[in-house]
Design a protein around this ligand. Structure first.
Ligand SMILES: *Cc1c(COP(=O)(O)O)cnc(C)c1O
Length: 396
């Protein structure tokens, strides 16, 4: 019998989202999603889209005209970048030091690219010298790199150095900022990045489904000059731009509720101030970092490329990481995840992004983490950890 759903079915468990995304959604963003729908060409919808484009230019720190939100998650934005910029037969250079660099390679290959990799160990960023060598060896037309690699918790430093190398070699640079934009400093124009994309459910405190992307004029000239059509109809920028430009022609139905959410999320960034947002992530994640370090556990990354939005916390000796993750979720309602690939069983991945980057969340996490680890027999200093987090938060 199909009865009315009971309350339990309608109310999800209470979670604190401290994994690699989604992060906690801001209540104002949640409320915006209950806004009544309008048609995708309604003047009201057009206003929403204008606001989104303006908010995204601020977020990306760009004047690029071609700045918009892709209907889909971060991977759809990733695919838009490569599908439009890469023509079949062109060489594409991607990193091999993390999970999302590998995804870039898979996507570039589907776009018809000949994929080559530039290496760095998992847990370290690309070294510009290695990128320079890879350009000399492979002469790629397109070079993708990951600004915040979520699988390792590494921030790619020297971004303007990487784009300088690409441009000196007449290539285009694509940056993945899905786990960093709005959480960590990124300057599209100043750092001269041709295409940058992101996601909504990580540092932007919004649900997944509307993903920021920006193309500079140089990249757009390459897109306009393509000899072959983009292999994806849905993600073909020329078609999508018909809807986002002043023409406002139908291409596909704009995901209006998700656009309401993204607009509200971007307003939150503007109200707080972008630099203040970066500063908050660094301060709050810094309290998390000092807490676990005071407990006696290291982060699997050097301070110079620490990524505040994703902390690779070491798994103490003798501890089963899966049990800790399960207990945090079941007993404390806190979601974190384990390591991927080469780092499986070596690290916990603890996110600190968007509305999850709050003092309450990190205090709760550090105490619960210490308590579960102690329960699992790990030799950690629970009180020193919670104390260090509290002191760091209090002293700022
Ligand atoms: C999450 C993530 C993606 C993929 O985004 P989805 O929203 O899961 O499709 C791509 N790159 C990085 C660095 C990410 O963290």
């Amino acid at each position: 019998m199909n009865g009315a759903p009971t309350l339990d079915e309608l109310v999800p468990p209470d979670r604190t989202l401290m994994g690699p995304g989604p992060s906690d959604v801001h209540p104002r963003v949640l409320r915006s999603m209950a806004t009544p729908l309008v048609g995708y060409l309604d003047d009201y919808c057009v206003e929403i889209m204008d606001d989104i484009q303006e908010g995204l230019r601020y977020l990306f720190q760009t004047d690029n005209e071609h700045t918009l939100a892709i209907s889909g998650t971060g991977s759809a934005a990733m695919e838009t970048a490569f599908a439009n910029l890469v023509e079949p037969g062109e060489t594409v250079l991607v990193p091999d030091n993390g999970y999302f660099g590998a995804r870039m390679g898979e996507i570039a290959e589907r776009a018809g690219g000949e994929v080559r990799t530039v290496s760095a160990p998992w847990g370290e960023p690309l070294d510009p010298a290695a990128v320079e060598d890879a350009f000399a060896e492979h002469s790629p037309a397109v070079f993708g790199f990951v600004h915040g690699e979520t699988s390792t918790g590494v921030r790619q430093t020297d971004v303007s150095e990487l784009t300088r190398i690409a441009h000196e070699n007449d290539a285009y640079a694509i940056a993945d900022t899905v786990a960093s934009l709005g959480g960590v400093e990124f300057r599209t124009d100043e750092w001269d990045v041709d295409v940058v994309y992101s996601g909504s459910q990580k540092c932007l405190s919004a649900p997944p489904g509307a993903s920021p992307i920006t193309f500079n004029d140089r990249a757009m000239e390459k897109v306009h000059a393509r000899e072959t059509p983009v292999r994806s109809w849905y993600l073909d920028l020329e078609g999508i731009w018909e809807y986002w430009s002043d023409e406002r022609n139908y291409h596909h139905t704009g995901p209006i509720s998700t656009m309401y959410a993204l607009r509200e999320a971007l307003r939150l960034v503007s109200e707080e101030g972008l630099e203040e947002t970066w500063e908050r992530h660094e301060r709050v994640a810094g309290a998390l970092k000092r807490g676990v370090e005071a407990m006696g556990i290291g982060l699997n990354t050097a301070d110079e490329y620490w990524l505040p939005t994703l902390n690779p916390v070491g798994v103490p000796a003798g501890v089963d990481d899966g049990r800790v993750i399960d207990r945090l979720l079941e007993e404390h309602g806190i979601e974190i995840v384990g390591g991927l690939g080469a780092l499986e069983g070596e690290i916990f991945r603890v996110g600190c992004m968007g509305h999850s980057a709050r003092p309450a969340n990190v205090s709760q996490f550090v105490s619960a983490f210490g308590s579960v680890l102690t329960g699992e027999g790990a030799d950690v200093d629970l009180e020193a950890g919670a104390g260090a987090t509290a002191n760091t938060l209090g002293s700022q």
